[in-house]
Design a binder for this molecule. Structure first.
Ligand SMILES: [Mg+2]
Length: 437
């Protein structure tokens, strides 16, 4: 058996832990530069706010319905995620962290009542860190995902599924008739891995529910669609086809790209931004213990500012020696920038991509009499990562990334950012004395 533990409305729930005034109110979290809604509380969903709704289109609900919008505070969400994952891991032997708020847990060999065990973990996560979760249990990943969706719906929309499945749903413990009824009540598009496009194609062929899909022959799924859908059909029938990955595979390329808080024109500002993006990407690279052999950078104007002159250009260069050294990667990215930069444009976005990734254990060196010993550079980078992890991102950084912090010309727009409650001493929650009993 597998369990899927998933934080409910995760970003909104993180904000609510530290700002109880947000409870029972419609809340949305906005994407970078306060662009559009990327998380919604149940109350916000009830107002009809769609995922990805642009802020300017829902802004009127602030006055009309008491909507609260917040800038995404990823430092906070990442830290809360770590804490949630640590507690969720207690459910079984192995954990696969699937996304910031979801993890699969391998329950094989766990004796006793799994629902009771899940309830204990759920209560513990809520009590210790304040995040509400739902837990789905099933014999395959697809069924565990489905169980989780059922647990969520049964809680949020009473009547959609039998009430005893709310919060925790164990499909492995259902009778065949019960399982059949649950699959029949689930739209085919809500099955993990189906998605909107294939969902529409399936419906056109008369496959409307998860039960219809379960009864399809795997061969027909493969012939009509893909191996992926074939696996989905088998998984719905309880045959595991999607592997459990307790160690995520190393990425083949790593990118860091951002839109700026406001258009920028100066090479100097772009250099700061490119430096920061290159350093972020390098940090991710070191985390997965890889080196990069090829670096790409791009800059572009905004296609939405149609009246402005448009410019978009990227270039890439190979590195003489594959590296994960922030300084070397930044040097290369800035060399590209100098080459592709043209004055007179309002730049809206830039990015750095690291390609040709290879394990850091395999190293081809050249005799370089001017440079430091490579081991020293590796230790320097390690020290930098450790300091930044302990004291917060940007504590140690390359000077070319600029020294004005959030006030750099290109910095993200985050007008509604909450405090770094768990990641920054200055952001600790202050309790007003007047509110104490
Ligand atoms: Mg979630």
């Amino acid at each position: 058996m597998l369990a899927l533990v998933d934080g409910n409305n995760f970003y909104c729930s993180c904000e609510r832990v530290f700002q109880p005034r947000l409870k029972n109110r419609p809340v949305v979290v906005l994407s970078n530069n306060d662009g559009c809604a990327i998380a919604r509380s149940d109350e916000a969903k009830a107002l009809g706010i769609k995922m990805g709704a642009p802020w300017f289109k829902i802004r009127h609900l602030e006055e009309e319905a008491g909507l609260v919008a917040l800038s995404a505070n990823f430092a906070l969400y990442g830290d809360m995620s770590d804490r949630m994952m640590t507690l969720a891991a207690g459910l079984g032997h192995m954990q696969e962290v699937y996304s910031i708020d979801e993890s699969f847990i391998d329950l094989s060999g766990i004796p006793g009542d799994l629902v009771r065990r899940a309830r204990t973990i759920r209560r513990r996560i809520h009590q210790w860190i304040g995040i509400p979760t739902c837990i789905g249990i099933g014999p395959t990943k697809t069924l565990a995902k489905l169980a989780n969706a059922i647990a969520k719906s049964a809680e949020r929309k009473p009547g959609s599924y039998p009430a005893h499945h709310a919060q925790i749903c164990h499909l492995g413990a259902c009778s065949p008739q019960e399982l059949q009824a649950l699959l029949q009540a689930t739209e085919v598009g809500d099955v993990w891995g189906v998605g909107r496009k294939i969902g529409a194609q399936l419906r056109a062929q008369g496959v409307h529910t998860a039960l219809d899909l379960q009864r399809m022959s795997p061969a027909a799924a493969k012939a009509g669609w893909s191996v992926v859908l074939e696996k989905t059909v088998r998984e719905l029938n309880g045959v595991p086809c999607i592997e459990f990955e307790d160690e995520p595979p190393a990425k083949q390329q790593i990118a860091c790209t951002r839109s700026f808080g406001q258009p920028i024109t100066e090479l100097h500002d772009l250099q700061e931004a490119i430096t920061e993006f290159a350093c972020r990407a390098a940090e991710k690279l070191r985390k997965q213990r890889s080196h990069t052999g090829q670096i790409m950078a791009f800059i572009r104007t905004s296609p939405f500012r149609e009246k402005d002159p448009q410019y978009s250009r990227s270039a890439s260069i190979p590195l003489p020696t594959p590296t994960s050294d922030s300084a070397h990667i930044t040097q290369a990215a800035n060399a590209i920038l100098k080459h592709i930069y043209r004055p007179g444009f309002k730049y809206a976005k830039a990015g750095v991509m690291l390609m040709d990734l290879q394990p850091a254990t395999r190293q081809q060196l050249t005799l370089d009499l001017d440079n430091d010993m490579p081991e020293n550079r590796t230790r320097l980078m390690q020290a930098m990562d450790e300091v930044n992890q302990r004291f917060g991102r940007g504590t140690l950084h390359l000077a070319s990334a600029g020294t004005a912090g959030r006030h750099r010309a290109w910095s993200m727009k985050q007008e509604r950012l909450s405090s770094g409650f768990t990641t920054d001493w200055g952001g600790l929650l202050c309790v007003n004395n007047d509110l104490l009993p």
